[in-house]
Design a protein around this ligand. Sequence first.
Ligand code: X90
Length: 282
Amino acid sequence: MIWNIVSDSSCDLRMSQFSSESVRFETVPLRIQVGEREFVDNDELDVPVMLAAMAEEKSASSTACPSPGAFARAFERGDKTICFTISANLSGTYNAAVMGREMLLEEHPEKEVCIIDSKSTAGAMVLLIRKAQELMEADPEGTDFEGICAKLRIYQAALRTCFTLESFDNLIKNGRMRPLVGTLLHSLGIHVLAVASPQGTIQVSGKARGEAKTYKGLVDIMRESKDCAGVEVVISHCENQTGAIKLKERILAELPVKSVEILSCRGLTSFYAMEKGLIIGY
Ligand code: X90
């Protein structure tokens, strides 16, 4: 019996950062088109090279979700698969995974696949992956597949995401969120704070001037959004390790969380978060 966790590459966890004796983990890459160049968001992608290409490119850049076939191939490598995707309200990835499941079951009706829309991306997906790993390792024969899927759906609904970006240009240009208006428009030193809505759309929630107030604003959003006692936090940063560490310290000082892990953004989230972006899943 092979337990299988499949995630699209927006999760920010690289395959090399996962280890388990009894559970396999695979990420299915999204693709990023920068002018004439295509970047595949796998473990080998050099994010700084991609960001440099983005900075030079004048023509429109975009991203593309994986094909159903790519998901079907990843599902085929396990007997019981749980798959996490980026919010279906932001991307066609979830639908591709659902179609991939149908393709697989036509040929392998004996296999089981559960697909969960994270209604978020990045750190929230990492937390789902880790929880799935824990539940799978405790049930090596996979006797309670349905029960584990149900627990993960409940966990998903309890997770929250907030973030701050220096630039929302790629999100807006690619139609993933509504344009910023009025006082939220570019103004030096102002950082826009945003959250994932329960439906998995992007919602602007406020603004802050300067670094310290930005971290305070994010901590305030966290405190007000749920009881943070004992929760695990994952910060993903786009080329902003220093900011991620400062934010981590602030979170640890002010909230009763259990842990804060820092990851660097992979390709997809780097494309949208752009340099200095910070995304917090908790
Ligand atoms: O091409 C595609 O299908 C992928 C489209 C992805 C679009 C948005 C990715 C945003 C990642 C900002 C963090 C947002 C967290 C909130 C989620 C609801 C970077």
